[in-house]
Structure formats: structure tokens, C-alpha cells
Ligand binder design. Structure first.
Ligand SMILES: [Zn+2]
Length: 85
């Protein structure tokens, strides 16, 4: 579970899971993360995956009925300690 994107798990993949990222366009980078963008599933690198994940988290935070209206630019003060990622 923890090393889905490393080692023997990706050796069987074509080009060891490497290719061109659909978002940043980097070549010969591991594109093992599937993301759905505009209804299309694309493979992205870990940086774009993290970026999308962060954006989704910010959106979820905004959508949540926040008790405090903290701007997103502020330092992420943990209001919920049990933030399971
Ligand atoms: Zn990328």
C-alpha cells in the first residue's frame, strides 16, 4: 500500500510508469497518478497530483461552513487536529 509508486510495483509498467505529465508537460517523469480533469482521466506526475490535491482541499475547506472566515493565504492553522490525509 505504501509503496505503490516505487520499486518492483512499477517495473512491470510500460517504461516503468514514466511518460509525459498531462498537466506540466514534463517528459520522462513518473506519471502514476490518475486524475479526472474535465471528465477526462489523465496521468499526472506527483507534483501535479499534489497541487490538485491541495486545491481540492482548499475548495473543500471553503465549501465547509467555516466558523472562522480565514483567508486561504494565511498560515494553515490546524483547527481540526484529526485531519486524516
Ligand atoms: Zn506534472
Amino acid at each position: 500500500m505504501s509503496k505503490n509508486h516505487r520499486g518492483s510495483g512499477i517495473r512491470s509498467l510500460p517504461a516503468h510508469g514514466r511518460g509525459t505529465c498531462a498537466i506540466c508537460g514534463k517528459t520522462d517523469i513518473k506519471v502514476l497518478w490518475e486524475k479526472e480533469i474535465n471528465g477526462q482521466t489523465v496521468n499526472v506526475c506527483k507534483f501535479c497530483n499534489a497541487k490538485l490535491k491541495n486545491e481540492a482541499r482548499v475548495e473543500a475547506r471553503k465549501a465547509k461552513p467555516a466558523a472562522e472566515e480565514a483567508p486561504a493565504a494565511e498560515a494553515p492553522a490546524e483547527e481540526t487536529p484529526a485531519a486524516a490525509e
